[in-house]
Design a protein around this ligand. Structure first.
Ligand SMILES: [Fe+2]
Ligand SMILES: [Fe+2]
Length: 233
């Protein structure tokens, strides 16, 4: 790999320290600083730079900067979405007195299962991000039922079951892939492979793979965690 000569390094340092640009006969070095990043663009050109070349390089420079900013913004949006979904998940987690970090663990187990199953990169990302809000429908279930210690009556259990359809109804209007994934998960994470789950009693592969994966992740985590209404071991 070529290394930068001492002279070039000095030029880059000068441009960086002065937040400026230097154009020589065969070099174009320009400092940039935006909300997203700070750095120096260095271009070595064969042949002399005429006036038009310099203007073109300026346009080129601005395009690189815009592309770079977009990249950083997209990353930022992705990170923000992820955080919002975790926070939303934690709100329901806190209300239903799930053990701490349940939603984070369910998300992580879902990611591992999705990877092992062979889902695509983008599907793995969608399921990992949407899994934390699988119980979002619980926001509409009253505390007296959600936090009731001991066994629920059959009527109360019927009410608890509605958190799946409530979650579905909250999320279903969105056309965004992420929220469409969350809709499936909210609706199907209590379905069972043998058809004895709820709310629709779907069987086997009638249950979407996202629903099957999060169901396994959710139960796996619940098995090892104490809750209000049960105490394993
Ligand atoms: Fe649930
Ligand atoms: Fe859960």
């Amino acid at each position: 790999m070529d290394t930068v000569s001492k002279e070039d390094f000095e030029l880059v340092r000068k441009v960086y320290n002065k937040n400026d640009h230097i154009i020589t006969a065969d070099r174009y070095i320009s400092y940039y600083n935006s909300n997203a990043a700070e750095g120096v663009i260095f271009l070595e050109i064969s042949g002399d730079l005429n006036h038009i070349d310099r203007e073109l390089l300026d346009v080129f420079n601005k395009n690189i900067l815009a592309a770079f900013e977009n990249l950083c913004l997209n990353k930022e949006i992705g990170k923000t979405q992820r955080e919002i979904l975790f926070l939303l998940g934690e709100v329901t987690e806190a209300r239903s007195e799930e053990t701490g970090n349940h939603v984070k663990r369910v998300s992580e187990y879902s990611r591992i299962l999705a990877e092992k199953y062979g889902l695509t990169e983008s599907e793995i990302m969608l399921i990992t991000m949407a899994a934390p809000i699988h119980d979002i429908g619980k926001i509409a279930i009253s505390d007296s039922i959600l936090k009731k210690p001991g066994k629920l009556t059959p009527e109360e259990f019927e009410i608890i079951k509605t958190h799946t359809t409530i979650g579905y109804n909250i999320l279903k209007t969105s056309n965004r892939d992420l929220l469409k994934t969350a809709t499936i998960i909210a609706y199907e994470h209590h379905e069972k492979y043998n058809g004895k789950g709820y709310p629709r009693g779907l069987k086997g592969e009638e249950i979407h793979i996202y629903g099957r994966i999060v169901a396994v992740a959710d139960v796996f985590d619940a098995l090892g965690s104490p809750r209000v209404y049960k105490n394993p071991g």
